[in-house]
Design a protein around this ligand. Structure first.
Ligand code: NI
Length: 265
């Protein structure tokens, strides 16, 4: 049945099928007796009249979500918004879209050619957000995009699927502090992204985040299979607003650094 739980479960199973380290960390926390609460899921897309963040939001809006805040990532050329469910125990959904019309003509033509292949009917699929890549892709074009925008290259190679899930540290019993939690993750053999410092944000931002380094996966392109970075697992510690409620938004300066977790080194 097309329910919110089936939508979220499909996103998670697709995500861990390509990123088994996220499942390993999830299982590790469960073994420690923790209940793992997912703070948010991040989704990415290009902008096109038919394909954009509003399109990716549709299934969620039909399941009790509403758009709460808009964001602008100038350097990364991204628009974004986040959705919240009426039931606060459901994960937030963070959806960004690349302003691909601000890239070079060559990058735009690669993206436009890909988007033209999309079957319009497939965009109305309830499970669009975990449907994968709806266009053919070649590694040469991937590398061209990568020179201009890691984000463009990622969407081109992977299409529609979760970019990351996020463990809400506040919901864990053993770790109140993100530095202690990071130490636990690293000591279990999972390196963390150090770009911009291990922990992004501060208590003053009301949000601290860290993430694993993106794992590499073998992607089939028209011109052969190549190992490229897929995605990471994120960890978030939220702080209360003056009224006592936990801050539920996102901080653009620290998210800029988190976006770099999938960069090719
Ligand atoms: Ni995130």
């Amino acid at each position: 049945m097309d329910t919110l739980d089936s939508l979220l479960n499909k996103l998670w199973s697709d995500y861990i099928s390509l990123n088994p380290q996220a499942k390993d960390i999830y299982d590790l926390l469960r073994k420690e007796g923790e209940t793992v609460v997912n703070d948010h899921i991040a989704l990415r897309t290009f902008i096109n009249p038919e394909i954009n963040k509003e399109k990716l939001a549709e299934s969620f809006l039909g399941c009790g979500y509403r758009v709460v805040s808009d964001y602008d990532f100038k350097k990364k050329k991204l628009n974004a918004f986040h959705l919240e469910h009426e039931n606060q125990s459901k994960p937030k959904v963070f959806i960004s879209e690349l302003r691909n019309h601000q890239l070079s003509k060559e990058a735009q033509s690669i993206i436009n050619e890909a988007v033209r292949e999309v079957d319009q009917k497939s965009l109305d699929d309830f499970y669009l957000t975990s449907s994968g890549r709806p266009w053919s892709a070649n590694h040469q074009s991937y590398q061209k995009l990568l020179k201009e925008s890691e984000y463009a290259a990622w969407v081109y190679a992977f299409g529609f699927r979760a970019n990351h899930f996020t463990v809400l540290i506040n919901s864990l019993k053993q770790w109140g502090d993100i530095t202690d939690f990071n130490h636990f993750i690293k000591s279990n053999g999972f390196p963390l992204n150090q770009s911009g410092g291990e922990t992004k944000g501060s208590p003053a931002d009301l949000l601290e985040q860290s993430s694993t380094m993106a794992n590499e996966v073998l992607v089939e392109f028209d011109d052969g299979s190549h190992q490229i970075p897929y995605c990471f697992y994120e960890f978030a510690k939220r702080y209360p607003l003056p009224n006592g409620d936990l801050f539920q938004g996102f901080v653009t300066s620290s998210a800029n650094k988190i976006f770099e977790s999938t960069d090719v080194n």
